[in-house]
Design a protein around this ligand. Structure first.
Ligand code: NCD
Length: 305
């Protein structure tokens, strides 16, 4: 039985397989409409979510399956003091697969020990978010046609932004990829990503503070929200929250075929005036997330189509 806790549990061949599956789902949705008939997905969300939870649910419905779950910790027995291990052991009696989001890093990993069914990490604290990476990868692939030889700018809260951590790991496996890590000093990527991922593989990267200076080099610009809920004090959040605001003006020096991604929700970091720019891909990314989650559910449930 397979789980998906960390994006690196999927080989590059498996990622390719998931992308091909998602592209086939996009072309032939009717072929998949009954694939998960009789199966149940449980969405256990101990933290707020719009896209991740609803796209998992939409994905399961479009595969002909059903969905149970909760969308806030307070409506579950967690509010009575139940452990994650006991909650998922219970849910594993009702569901065939579990998607779980939790504010504590490692909680979905703990869940795998008692669930008895596949567990998918739908975001664990400031750590990882592998299924957002699946959405990001399909978007990059559809926009660029390749993962190789791309210069990727990751911009904003690189410290607490879990989507950044998973995407950086995933992209580090493709030839010719280079990273421009754009953040305020206080929000640089965790050092383990430098020492355990970028340095050992000899991947070219630079850590900079200016988005304007980086812009002309980028093939992909991945904007992120400053993660207010992970800050220890509000004053730091207020000081840092508007460090980067992408506007049409700042895009004047960007490549014509730049792909602008954002996992969403956005707060101020991309002006709505950018939405009409053909390079803005963040709402396509939302839709891609649903198709990749469909592909993932099929894989983890070992459904033959
Ligand atoms: C992200 C998350 O939850 O980490 N959202 C998402 O799942 N698309 C990004 C964020 O909250 O900023």
């Amino acid at each position: 039985m397979r789980n998906l806790i960390d994006i690196m549990e999927l080989s590059t061949d498996e990622l390719k397989e998931l992308i091909e599956r998602a592209l086939d789902i996009i072309e032939n949705p009717a072929k998949y409409a009954e694939s998960c008939r009789g199966k149940k997905l449980a969405t256990l969300f101990f933290e707020p979510s719009t896209r991740t939870r609803l796209s998992f649910e939409a994905a399961m419905y479009e595969l002909g399956g059903n969905v149970i779950g909760f969308s806030e910790a307070n409506s579950s027995s967690a509010a009575k003091g139940e452990s994650v291990a006991d909650t998922v052991r219970t849910v594993g009696c009702y569901a065939d697969i579990i998607a779980m989001r939790h504010p504590k890093e490692g909680a979905p990993l703990v869940a795998t020990r008692t669930a008895g069914v596949p567990v998918v990490n739908a975001g664990d604290g400031g750590h990882n978010h592998p299924t957002q990476t699946l959405a990001d990868l399909l978007t990059i692939y559809r926009e660029k046609g390749t993962f190789e030889n791309l210069t990727i700018g990751l911009c904003g809260d690189l410290k607490f932004g879990r989507t950044v951590h998973s995407l950086l790991c995933a992209m580090s496996r493709y030839a010719g990829v280079r990273f421009v890590l754009i953040s305020p000093e206080e929000l640089r990527v965790p050092r383990y990503l430098i020492s355990d991922v970028l340095e050992p593989k000899g991947i070219p990267y630079e850590e900079v503070t200016s988005l304007e200076d980086a812009m002309p080099k980028l093939d992909v610009l991945y904007m992120t929200r400053v993660q207010r809920e992970r800050f220890f004090n509000e004053a730091d959040y207020i000081r840092l929250k508007d460090t980067y605001i992408l506007t049409p003006d700042k895009l004047r020096t960007a490549k014509q075929d730049l792909a602008i991604l954002h996992p969403l929700p956005r707060v101020n970091e991309i002006s709505v005036a950018v939405d009409d720019d053909p390079r803005a891909c963040y709402f396509k990314q939302v839709l891609n997330g649903k198709y990749m989650r469909m592909a993932l559910i099929l894989k983890l449930l070992e459904v033959e189509v």
